[in-house]
Design a protein around this ligand. Structure first.
Ligand SMILES: *[C@@H]1O[C@H](CO)[C@@H](O)[C@H](O)[C@H]1NC(C)=O
Ligand SMILES: *[C@@H]1O[C@H](CO)[C@@H](O)[C@H](O)[C@H]1NC(C)=O
Length: 339
């Protein structure tokens, strides 16, 4: 017997929002993706047990078994499927154009990741400036502070934020606590209402990226990976940065041309860097690993219980909103005005 309740497919990890799932179960049937591989998943979507699902919750951990939600998967989704609700701020693992062409609405979880990711950004700024990684491994090697030279304070340095979204603003708030001067670049200045919580004049818009790069002591990348940003930060951008400045990346590794980054570090154009993301995760380029001036983290941006709970809950709230009103709460910008 087909179920009368609309079906929601859980694709990937859903760990912290058990109470929210229980509530959804009153009105929806929850199916959990257990297809061992992509071919089986495609079959189960077209003729099998997932052929009447209305919405999908997606966490990237499902990529291990079924891969990314690329054109092949999107095209295999049944016609009953109207909403794809992704747990994550970045959704480069989903083919948005293919979804739009099929009339499938996609959401992400922007605000839920802001604090945790910005804290990683601030940590990387501090660690890169103060050289805490090198100091710690020296201590752990039983060498106390041998070879550790005085480093740099964040105070009164200029932080240039590339991409002033929610994470960028949460990072600005932290940096102001360290008396950094905060400037940012976006295509357009952000709506003043979004900066209402900041002291008057605390944050300055810079209309060109080059000007931001040439005046910042620390540059933080806080923009999404998409066709426009892939590999866009390369040799020209590093050469425009101040000599001896610092790059922090908590966005996506693919935004940066890694060879150009390595060259800039080796030539001293950059004095240090803090990286939470890499182009080919889980691999880290051995030349980065060999450089003890860098602070490197294994994509810890949102790795807190609180943040993961918020992300799961927001993805599920998007599903609930969509199935009751037809509208997602946090739709991806590419579909605004299109669906
Ligand atoms: C598909 O799901 C809808 C509810 O979303 C239900 O009304 C319909 O009977 C189901 N059809 C089949 C074939 O399972
Ligand atoms: C998504 O999962 C794939 C496969 O496990 C992994 O290679 C990739 O780094 C993940 N991406 C993100 C942004 O977590």
């Amino acid at each position: 017997m087909p179920s009368a309740k609309p079906q929601i497919l859980i694709s990937g990890a859903l760990v912290w929002a058990a109470a929210e799932v229980k509530q959804l179960e009153e009105h929806y049937e929850i199916l959990v993706l257990d297809s061992p591989d992509r071919a089986t998943f495609v079959k189960e979507l077209t003729t099998g047990k997932y052929s009447n699902i209305s919405a999908i919750y997606r966490h990237n951990s499902s990529a291990g078994a079924v891969g990314f939600y690329d054109e092949e998967i999107i095209n295999a989704l049944p016609s009953s499927l109207k909403y794809l609700c992704h747990n994550g701020a970045g959704y480069d693992q989903i083919d948005i154009a293919a979804c739009t062409a099929k009339g499938i609405k996609v959401s992400n979880t922007p605000s839920a990741v802001d604090d945790a990711t910005a804290t990683v950004g601030m940590y990387l700024i501090i660690s890169a400036l103060r050289q805490f990684y090198k100091a710690e491994i020296t201590a752990r090697a039983g060498k106390w502070d041998q070879g550790i030279a005085p480093a740099h304070d964040p105070e009164h340095k200029t932080l240039g934020i590339v991409g002033m979204g929610g994470i960028g603003r949460a990072l600005a708030k932290r940096a102001l606590g360290f008396d950094m001067k905060v400037i940012y670049h976006n295509r357009n200045p952000v709506d003043p209402s979004l900066l209402a919580g900041f002291p008057e004049g605390a944050i300055t818009y810079i209309s060109t990226l080059d000007e931001l790069l040439s005046t910042s002591d620390v540059v933080s990348l806080n923009l999404p990976l998409n066709a426009n940003t892939r590999g866009f930060f390369g040799k020209k951008q590093f050469n425009t940065m101040k000599k001896g400045s610092v790059l922090v990346n908590t966005a996506r590794g693919g935004v940066v041309d890694e060879e150009a980054l390595l060259d800039a570090l080796e030539s001293g154009q950059l004095s240090s860097a803090g990286l939470d993301v890499f182009p080919n995760e889980p691999e880290i380029n051995p030349r980065l690993l060999a450089n003890d001036k860098l602070t490197l983290l294994p994509h810890q941006g949102t790795c807190t219980e609180e943040s993961q709970h918020k992300m799961e809950a927001l993805a599920l709230k998007n599903i609930e909103s969509a199935l009751t009103t037809g509208d997602l709460l946090t739709p991806v910008w590419e579909q605004k005005g299109k669906l």
